[in-house]
Write a protein that binds this ligand. Structure first.
Ligand SMILES: [Zn+2]
Ligand SMILES: [Zn+2]
Length: 251
């Protein structure tokens, strides 16, 4: 088993080295797959956000930079997750990249997204107490069985894999399982979505005392990640941190 893992890590490194090194947004030469200029230009990339749910916030006058306040919604109803880190808004050109990853079956797009997301999460993860950092484990929001069969891969898991590998963190892909399929998010209103997602996940393993990074591609209402975090806390997790590539802006 250990040999197999070592071999697969070697193969992955080899595949990394063989991949064309161009930016997924501008197409320019870029070994990381997403150049810093393109990342900075993504809508909402540098926006002030609620540290808890990553919704865009207006910074309060007089408040020191680096001391971001939680949004009113998180203060009124604290979510199960402790933090949410996102790269940018779910808008062009990131929406096109995520769409291509999801439906174009091009798993290689996950690598630059996972790496950049990990870099974005460095400060938050680095600020954790040492005891929490030692228990960190990365997982992904699972796809429903039939969608996994349709697409052949779970885009969030591929992003999580790149995230974990770039920071030498353990990846555990079986921490969450879908208990039942949910209707496509776009066809449901927010409150219907919340109901559909209630008890959407199960946790087959205990994760006592662990700090868990849950990776997702797009955070829309936050209901999926709320459901996932609630499930993980009930399975013993000490804390849950969401890392999503894109956040749908508030409408
Ligand atoms: Zn670029
Ligand atoms: Zn919030």
């Amino acid at each position: 088993m250990r040999m197999l893992r070592a071999l697969s890590a070697r193969l992955a490194a080899l595949a990394d080295a063989c991949l064309p090194a161009s930016c997924i947004v501008c197409g320019g030469d870029e070994p990381s797959g997403l150049c810093a200029a393109c990342e900075d230009d993504l809508p909402g990339s540098r926006a002030a956000r609620c540290p808890r749910c990553a919704m865009r916030t207006t910074p309060l006058a007089g408040r020191e930079a680096g001391d971001p306040a939680e949004c009113a919604a998180c203060v009124a109803t604290p979510p199960s997750f402790a933090r949410t880190i996102v790269l940018a808004d779910y808008a062009a050109p990131l929406d096109r990249v995520v769409h291509a990853l999801k439906f174009g079956r091009d798993a290689s797009l996950a690598r630059p997204l996972g790496r950049r997301l990990a870099r974005r999460a460095d400060a938050a993860l680095g600020a954790l107490p040492a005891t929490a950092r030692e228990t960190l484990v990365v997982t992904a929001v699972p796809l429903a069985g039939e969608r996994l069969a349709e697409r052949g891969f779970n885009q969030s898991l591929e992003i999580a894999r790149a995230f974990a590998r770039s920071r030498s963190l353990p990846l555990a892909h079986a921490l969450l399982v879908r208990l039942r399929p949910s209707a496509p998010a776009s066809t449901l209103h927010a409150h219907e979505r919340r109901r559909a997602l209630h008890e959407a996940f199960g946790a087959p393993l205990r994760v006592d005392g662990r700090t868990i990074v849950v990776v997702d591609d797009v955070m829309t209402t936050g209901a999926t990640l709320e459901s996932a975090a609630g499930t993980l806390l009930r399975a013993g997790a000490a804390s849950v941190i969401n890392c999503a590539v894109a956040r749908t802006p508030d409408r």
